[in-house]
Design a protein around this ligand. Structure first.
Ligand SMILES: Cc1cc2nc3c(=O)[nH]c(=O)nc-3n(C[C@H](O)[C@H](O)[C@H](O)COP(=O)(O)OP(=O)(O)OC[C@H]3O[C@@H](n4cnc5c(N)ncnc54)[C@H](O)[C@@H]3O)c2cc1C
Length: 301
């Protein structure tokens, strides 16, 4: 079977692209290696997606994915591990099976960046989490440390503040960089302490995580922590496509306005792209633009 387009990733960008592709009568296949919905599944509340004044990441992800399935789009729950680009045919490898397609759309998104300090690997997913909505309830009435000061750190701290006993938020800058409205709300929270201009040095514990060592302007501080939530930026999911030479130095895919890359027939959409704003609305917009231009590309073959 030769597909018109294979979409890699079923986050907001990939789901939107799947919907647009099916409606454009393209023969489309979507791959998803995890749970459909991507990063929004680790988002507690969403208040900036038009049409949904206040929703949860889970609800939005579920309704987006239902929309895709209702149209009859074929989804394969496997990780794509390799892509080979020949003149007009691309080969996509997943679970040792090779699928052939005329065009490929990357919508592989991004994953949380790690700090890379001592103890992080030891306590990863066992004391240190990157998802408050998934793991927050484990720390009911306990003390947690949130690391970061951008939108994710601030929004997820708001969510955690209703569950945990106390939050210490550690930020490397002298201020929070999240949206002013969210910052204002967090500043009103009673069970939070902010430590600015501080860097995490180490995670400590004997039988499980117990403390975070932080270097502040005034010296070293050892903070009690039953759990830690890290929000220090993102990394694009592109390590498996290094051979295509379509990424910048940071690993983000470089695209033109029409979402095409420098390899004919390979397009990319969403957070994985080199761009300024990584949000649901920009991801879905990229997905729609990409399919419009993939359709034109297919007509030109
Ligand atoms: C904590 C948090 C809070 C956020 N809050 C908001 C908010 O309130 N409002 C907002 O607009 N945005 C928010 N965002 C950002 C928003 O979630 C992202 O911009 C959006 O999800 C990007 O969509 P995407 O489809 O590009 O990528 P992703 O959501 O990252 O989805 C990519 C998908 O591709 C899959 N994938 C990756 N590699 C492969 C592979 N090799 N094979 C198969 N599948 C693969 C992944 O499993 C994933 O499902 C938040 C993000 C986080 C982390």
């Amino acid at each position: 079977m030769l597909y018109d387009v294979i979409i890699i990733g079923a986050g907001p960008a990939g789901i939107t692209a799947g919907i647009y592709a099916k409606r454009a009568n393209l023969n489309v296949l979507v791959f998803e290696k995890g749970a459909p919905g991507g990063q929004i599944l680790s988002t507690a509340e969403i208040e900036n997606y038009p049409g949904f004044k206040k929703t949860t990441g889970f609800e939005l992800a579920s309704s987006m994915f239902e929309h895709l399935l209702e149209l009859g789009v074929e989804v394969v729950y496997e990780e794509v591990t390799d892509i080979m680009s020949e003149e007009n045919i691309k080969k996509v490898v997943a679970n040792q099976i090779t699928y052939e397609t005329k065009a490929v759309l990357f919508a592989t998104g991004a994953i949380p960046r790690r700090l890379g300090v001592a103890g992080e690997d030891l306590y990863a997913s066992n004391g240190i989490s990157w998802c408050a909505i998934c793991d927050g309830p484990l720390y009911k009435d306990k003390e947690v440390v949130v690391i970061g000061g951008g939108n994710s750190a601030v929004e997820e701290s708001l969510f955690l503040s209703n569950i945990v006993k106390h939050i210490t938020l550690v930020q490397n800058l002298d201020h929070l960089t999240a949206d002013p409205k969210a910052v204002e709300l967090l500043k009103k929270v009673k069970n939070i302490r902010f430590i600015y201009e501080a860097k995490v040095k180490e995670f400590l514990g004997q039988n499980g995580l117990t403390h975070v060592v932080v270097q502040t302007k005034d010296g070293e501080e050892v903070i009690k922590a039953d759990g830690v939530f890290e929000y220090v930026g993102l990394e694009p999911v592109t390590s498996f496509v290094k051979n295509l030479n379509i990424t910048n130095q940071q690993g983000y895919i470089v695209v033109k306005e029409d979402m095409s890359t420098n390899v004919k027939g390979i397009f990319s959409a969403g957070d994985v792209n080199q761009k300024h704003i990584r949000q649901i609305v920009t991801a879905v917009s990229d997905g729609a633009i990409a399919i419009q231009n993939i359709t034109k590309y297919l007509e030109s073959l």
